[in-house]
Design a protein around this ligand. Structure first.
Ligand SMILES: Cc1cc2nc3c(=O)[nH]c(=O)nc-3n(C[C@H](O)[C@H](O)[C@H](O)COP(=O)(O)OP(=O)(O)OC[C@H]3O[C@@H](n4cnc5c(N)ncnc54)[C@H](O)[C@@H]3O)c2cc1C
Length: 447
């Protein structure tokens, strides 16, 4: 297993758990879970523009629920949902997207609560994952919206509340799986895969602090996160994956702008950030910063972070679309904290208190979304016999780690695959109908 991020760990875990294969070695020069997996917002949802991705994440959530139960809730799974908000009244296109994404599933009903109708909506009072309703509530009644979410701006006309969604502790999940891997005889080697000889078994050149050694492996899984294409290159393969840097901020919400029981909330509407004339002038002097003067896309997200009686909050905005090289220094944007606070305060007016005054100790961080153009992962065989891959998990690798691990393990061990698994492998590029369906979608589900 090349890479001990959440994906490599999950692949090893399901080899152990579902196929009884304990002779697994994870190679990584870093601490486990310390690269992209340490930057995750740790949110999960089963909301996607296509039923394949819905089935994939639903399966992952099923597996996370099983781990939550068997570990005595060690992975801190909560479920207050994702609230997608817009100032548009009854957005028919978004409701159609919901129907397409859920594929008419009877388990995931879509309940539209129009103004004036008797409202059966149940707000997310409890964070307990096993008490949340299934499906989606579409709230179109401003009185209901304002009663349920009094801290939001009053111009919100529609809320799509995805109920099978929430947060988990990705670090706890990884730790729990690592313990099971070790208990079954699996090992973690601190070393970097530097070369692969494609003879069977593979001869892997591993660099460690003590020098280089050769490891022989019957099967190889590429789970190298942002360095996914490097491992492919060692096998003389190219993969259609690029890396896009995304950022977040977190800080102590001393002003109590965000209620602790607010679901993960996404403002879907684009906006032009309200800069003063002076700020406009300063920003326009720098070509990079000047982009912030243009109309910006929607997708700003915000949620309370940590314990219910805590005070930290997290904000993110995946507006960057430009790929960069993960071998270079991280392209951290110093303007990001200020821009995201300003833009988020449109929906959360209480956050305006932090414009230009972000609390001391605020954390600004980021990592790479390794992604394909269609924002679907690549899980399954590589072209080289005996080599497999699990990567391009973009902004969904924490939530989809379990199903990724489960299907990658099935590919490796020649086990049964669920119906959604094949389109997530390289074989989808041979399916012209599917690829044209994906390119016609209005959303790729990037958050
Ligand atoms: C800002 C941000 C927010 C996110 N929020 C969410 C979220 O809310 N929910 C969600 O589900 N997902 C989220 N994600 C996505 C999620 O974090 C990633 O998809 C996931 O962590 C990817 O895991 P990974 O194991 O593939 O990669 P990584 O965690 O990067 O692990 C890859 C490992 O491979 C190792 N490696 C690389 N090259 C070699 C080599 N040659 N030899 C040996 N080892 C090697 C690396 O050292 C690394 O440890 C977010 C990502 C970012 C950046």
């Amino acid at each position: 297993m090349v890479g001990a991020g959440i994906v490599g760990i999950a692949c090893a875990y399901y080899l152990v758990k579902q196929h009884g294969i304990g002779n697994v070695v994870l190679i990584d020069p870093r601490d486990p879970m310390s690269l992209t997996s340490a930057q995750s917002g740790e949110n999960y949802r089963n909301w996607w523009p296509h039923p394949v991705m819905t089935a994939y994440t639903d399966h992952s959530i099923d597996l996370m629920e099983a781990i939550a139960r068997e570990s005595g809730e060690r992975i801190n799974m909560t479920r207050r949902g994702y609230a997608l908000v817009t100032r548009r009244p009854l957005p028919v296109d978004l409701i159609e997207d919901l129907h397409r994404g859920y594929g008419g599933s009877a388990d995931q009903p879509i309940r539209v609560h129009e103004a004036g109708s008797t409202c059966s909506y149940s707000p997310p009072v409890s964070a307990q994952w096993d008490q949340a309703p299934q499906g989606v509530d579409v709230l179109c009644d401003q009185a209901v919206i304002q009663a349920a979410f009094p801290s939001w701006a009053k111009d919100i006309r529609t809320v799509l509340h995805i109920r099978r969604a929430g947060s988990i502790s990705g670090q706890q999940l990884g730790q729990y799986m690592l313990e099971a891997i070790r208990a079954a005889g699996g090992r973690l080697i601190r070393g970097k895969l530097a070369a692969i000889e494609k003879t069977a078994p593979f001869a892997l050149g591993v660099e460690t602090a003590d020098g280089r050694f050769t490891l022989r492996a019957n099967r190889l899984v590429n789970a190298a996160g942002p360095f996914f294409t490097d491992i492919a290159a060692m096998l003389d393969e190219t993969l259609p994956v690029s890396c896009v840097f995304q950022q977040k901020i977190s800080f102590e919400d001393r002003e109590r702008a965000i209620p602790r029981n607010m679901p993960f909330t996404i403002d879907l509407d684009g906006q032009s950030i309200a800069w003063s004339d002076e700020e406009r002038e300063i920003l326009s002097e720098d070509a990079e910063a000047a982009k912030l003067l243009e109309p910006m896309p929607g997708g700003i997200h915000c949620r309370p972070d940590g314990a219910e009686d805590g005070a930290w909050i997290k904000l993110g905005w995946a507006y960057n679309e430009r790929p960069s090289d993960p071998h270079d220094e991280d392209p951290v944007d110093p303007q990001f904290p200020d821009s995201v606070i300003r833009a988020a305060s449109r929906l959360h007016p209480g956050l305006a208190a932090y414009v230009g005054r972000l609390p001391r100790g605020a954390h600004h961080y980021g990592g790479y979304y390794a992604m394909t153009a269609e924002n679907w992962p690549l899980i399954g065989p590589m072209r080289t016999p005996g080599a497999f891959m699990a990567g391009a998990l973009s902004g969904f690798g924490t939530m989809a780690a379990c199903s990724t691990g489960s299907i990658c393990a099935a590919w490796v061990a020649d086990g049964d695959l669920p119906a959604y698994a094949r389109p997530l492998s390289l074989s989808r590029y041979e399916d012209a109908a599917l690829m044209s369906e994906l390119s016609a979608l209005s959303s790729r589900g990037v958050l």
